[in-house]
Design a protein around this ligand. Structure first.
Ligand code: B3K
Ligand code: ZN
Length: 888
């Protein structure tokens, strides 16, 4: 397959100013008439031919300026027109087959209704077009369909006409006043109802907001609507950005490859990120819905009004929009919280946990790429943690370096310069630089260099001189796929504090300063190595490094256990308090994992100081329940395995399980007390405070399932299961019962299924709980195999596939990597089954084995064989690119 390179970019030879689309919607065969006004791009190299993208389309007719045009060639990638004039009208009629489209790209059916997904390159499966983001056109769309089957007809922008037609059909005509790239086109033709609200934005304009769902889901739309209203208000307040359309629609669809899609004025959502009521959705679902609704809404400016010149610039819109949704969630949580700083820290911890678990791993493996990739075979494979999560960290660093005000000025200049344009990451960086009169040339490295930077720290206290010198040195591990070797020092904002022996922060004074200043210093590391010398330091402090995770790097510093325990107890930076606890736990767990590899680890005397330190946090009433839950949540098995020289999932599981048992038993009185104290009586409330209570209470329940108090815990879990008024509690109880095993678990599973038979998102949870169970006596691969044959399982629904197969493979490493290798056989089988059905989803599944080289030899060899099996039969370029890179 062809590799596309960033540096090969050239401007489009033609521009398309307007497009009129006319759809005759039929499931088996939909006809599309496409009328475009085309002209040569004065800024591009002259090309005698005009090439349009088009895939799996049947061409019916083609007219140029109203006359049939014959000087055309067709192949499987599109159409080439020869000898075209400088400006012309092109009318193309073609057909596609929505009912046979299982890829969920282009126009497809879900529950018998029509939906589209065009990003990145799905529009070419709908009609012939210059399907690239730097070709921006004004769209007018007419939809025609049977009125009974598809009473609701939606597209981008404003509704300008609608009415009845002959033969039981009706039509709707939509016009989007904003020029947009084809990836933002959308249509929906379905039987839906909407929750509606009218709001007034800050300029006084009236707007109509709608959340469209199937009728039986109308009781699950309130939270999405509230999230949308909050997002609109937040973007006005924080960035001065207003909703620019008369109406804004969200639509829920059951079959969707990703979370949601920011189509102009018509955001289409995976049901998982829009539907919620207390019975079916967990606190995490509520939180995710707020984040994703915000994310898609924020794209209206960062992505839609200013879009990407080419797909290598994807992080221009995704990194920036993830940063914006993270800030939105943090501000929302802080606004509702008693302790705003703690609520913010909690958000930050959650974001960083994901970054460290997914992006750091990606950056160390065969798919490692810079935030702005240099090449790709299939662009859908580059909607990655690096582009999204590391991209968001890169945007955050501008704000860290320039301050909130400076960042806002950079954003204002960015829109002033580029509204209505398709631009690059360099354009964004330049706007930030110019608005703040700051040279950000060096910052380019964050876009061009792959891999996670390391910052190693050395400190030297001079008692006589009362100085404390901190030396920061940046370096990289060798690039995993040898793609890139050029490295230059990065500009790293490194927040540091010094904690005195009494637990207080020192007021910091550098040797070139006259007076002590703030307790947290933002050091700017721009060279390979730099030393910062603090003066008037009366006692040796403990350094608090990279506060609030000020840069996406790995810090290396030889803390003693006592220092970590000290920071966990005293650091004024809550993020670093959490990080100290995680580092201490990781260290202990990795030591035990190595012991488990060599001997048989059974009941190790775990570091009693660690248990005491965690117990102090657990009992500390001045800390929020949410924060205590974060600290007491051990690093995942996947994270720990990644930190071994050779990953050994069985050893990691044994070590982690052992520490859980120790924490469960040593602190059992505390856990029972916590469980009793943090009940949330009364109606369910998705507030940060109530969510924190539930998180800590359900963590207590989870630990107690590993304690000696089996009967008592079983009783708590059963009671909670029976009496819960929300899914967080019922789900946690079910998962506890499954972990305890036996007849009660079976009965609860049966009850859960019957209770939620008509709620697909709850049934997804039912599959996921079973796939994630870690009870030692259970052979979970066989549970999964049995569930694959369950009547409610289907490979055609991505949520169901993720619930069962992905949950098992990435959420249950010890069982998946069982020594006999049956997990890998299952993986290969499922990748190949999905490969022809839904290549995008298949490629995501394929990626779950890309780190195969990291594992101990017996597993590595079997994984290698499974990869070879897939390579031998995979058809899609999506899967082939992943497997090919994994095997390089
Ligand atoms: N922009 C979409 C992602 C589309 C992915 C296509 N493979 C969702 C988002 O990031 O908001
Ligand atoms: Zn996005």
């Amino acid at each position: 397959a062809n590799t596309i390179y960033r540096t090969d970019y050239t401007s489009p030879p033609f521009l398309i100013d307007t497009i009129e689309l006319d759809f005759e919607l039929e499931p088996q065969r939909t006809t599309v008439i496409n009328k475009m006004q085309v002209r040569r791009n004065p800024e591009a190299k002259y090309s005698p031919k005009f090439q349009l993208d088009g895939e799996v389309l049947q061409l019916i007719s083609l007219h140029l300026d109203g006359m049939p045009y014959k000087n055309v060639q067709i192949d499987e990638t599109g159409l080439t027109l020869y000898e075209v004039p400088d400006a012309f009208e092109l009318t193309i009629t073609s057909a596609c087959e929505p009912a046979n489209n299982t890829s969920l790209m282009g126009l497809y059916l879900s529950n018998g209704h029509f939906f589209t997904q065009c990003e990145a390159q799905g529009f070419r499966k709908i009609t012939y077009f210059l399907d690239r983001p730097d070709v921006m056109a004004r769209y007018t769309v007419t939809l025609r369909a049977n009125k009974t089957a598809y009473p609701i007809l939606l597209s981008n922008g404003n509704l300008i006409e609608s009415g009845d037609l002959a033969d039981g059909k009706h039509y709707a005509k939509w016009h989007d006043p904003f020029a947009k790239p084809s990836y933002l086109f959308a249509l929906v033709a379905a039987q839906l109802v909407a929750l509606e609200e009218r709001i007034t934005t800050r300029s006084g304009a009236q707007k109509l907001l709608q959340v469209w769902v199937e009728a039986h889901d109308l009781d699950k739309t309130r939270h999405a609507m509230d999230s949308l209203i909050h997002a609109i208000q937040w973007d006005e307040a924080r960035f001065g950005l207003e909703l620019d359309l008369e109406r804004f629609m969200l639509v829920a669809v059951s079959d969707f490859n990703m979370g949601a899609m920011e189509n102009k004025g018509l955001n289409i959502f995976n049901t998982q990120y829009v539907l919620a009521n207390p019975q079916t959705a967990t606190d995490i679902d509520y939180t995710n819905i707020e984040a994703v609704v915000g994310h898609e809404y924020f794209h209206n400016w960062t992505g839609n009004r200013v879009t990407c010149r080419d797909w290598f610039q994807l992080s221009l819109k995704e990194g920036l929009t993830v940063f914006r949704d993270q800030e939105f969630s943090a501000d929302m949580a802080a606004a509702d919280a008693v302790n705003a700083a703690a609520a913010r820290a909690n958000q930050r911890i959650e974001n960083v946990r994901i970054l460290q678990q997914t992006q750091f791993t990606e950056d160390a493996g065969p798919m490692a790429h810079p935030v702005r990739p240099e090449s790709y075979v299939e662009i859908n494979n580059f909607y990655t943690a690096t582009v999204y999560e590391k991209g968001a960290e890169v945007v955050r660093m501008y704000q860290t370096l320039l301050g909130r005000e400076g960042f806002r000025q950079g954003m204002d200049l960015y829109f002033q310069r580029h509204d209505g344009q398709a631009v690059t990451c360099d354009d964004f960086r330049q706007a930030m630089a110019d608005a703040n009169q700051r040279d950000l040339t060096q910052f380019e490295g964050w876009y061009s260099q792959l891999g996670t930077p390391y910052v190693s720290v050395r400190t030297r206290y001079d008692e006589a001189a009362q100085t404390y010198a901190v030396t920061l040195a940046q370096h990289h591990k060798p690039a995993p796929n040898a793609l890139q070797v050029v490295r230059a020092p990065l500009l790293i904002p490194f927040a540091l504090g010094l904690v005195d022996t009494n637990g207080q922060d020192l007021a910091l004074q550098l040797d070139n300063e006259n007076a002590p200043g703030a307790a947290t210093r933002m050091l700017e590391l721009s060279a390979a190595e730099q030393t910062f010398c603090f003066i008037n330091v009366r006692r040796r402090p403990v350094p608090s490094l990279l506060r609030d995770f000020s840069a996406p790097v790995i810090v290396e510093y030889d803390y003693t256990d006592d220092e970590l325990i000290f920071l966990l107890a005293h650091d004024s930076d809550p993020f670093n308090r959490w990080a100290a606890g995680q580092q201490l736990a990781t260290r202990t767990l990795l030591t035990h994992a190595r012991q488990a590899e060599n001997t048989q680890l059974n009941t190790h005397e775990t570091n009693p100081a660690l248990i005491e330190a965690f117990g102090s946090v657990l009992r500390n009433p001045t800390l929020t329940p949410a924060f205590r839950a974060q600290v007491l949540t051990l690093p995942t098995e996947a994270y720990l395995a990644e930190h071994m020289d050779e990953a050994n999932p069985a050893a990691v599981h044994a070590a982690r399980q052992n520490l859980r048992v120790q924490l469960a038993n040593a602190l059992s009185d505390d856990w029972f007390a916590i469980y009793a104290q943090h009940q949330t009586p009364g109606p369910y409330q998705p507030t940060p405070a109530a969510m924190g209570q539930r998180a800590l209470k359900n963590l207590a329940l989870s630990y107690l399932t590993d304690s000696e108090h089996t009967e008592r815990t079983l009783h708590l879990a059963q009671t909670q299961y029976d009496t819960a008024n929300n899914m967080s509690d019922r789900g946690a109880a079910l998962s506890a019962l499954i972990h305890l095993g036996g007849e009660l678990a079976q009965a609860a599973l049966t009850d859960f299924y019957q209770r939620f038979e008509n709620e697909p998102l709850a049934i997804d949870k039912w599959f996921a709980f079973q796939a994630r169970q870690t009870r030692a006596e259970m052979d979970v691969i066989n549970v999964v195999r049995t569930l694959l044959r369950h009547p409610a399982f289907t490979s055609k629904n991505p949520n169901r596939v993720r619930a069962l197969i992905f949950s098992f493979i990435s959420g249950n490493p010890a069982q998946f990597h069982a020594p006999h290798g049956a997990g890998y056989t299952l993986w290969a089988e499922q990748v190949l089954a999905l490969d022809t059905l839904n290549p995008q989803l298949a490629a995501r599944l394929a990626r779950l084995l890309e780190r195969w080289r990291k594992f101990i030899p017996p597993l590595r060899e079997q994984m290698h064989k499974a990869l070879e099996t897939v390579l031998a039969s995979a058809q899609s370029k999506d899967v082939r690119e992943i497997i090919h890179k994994a095997l390089l």
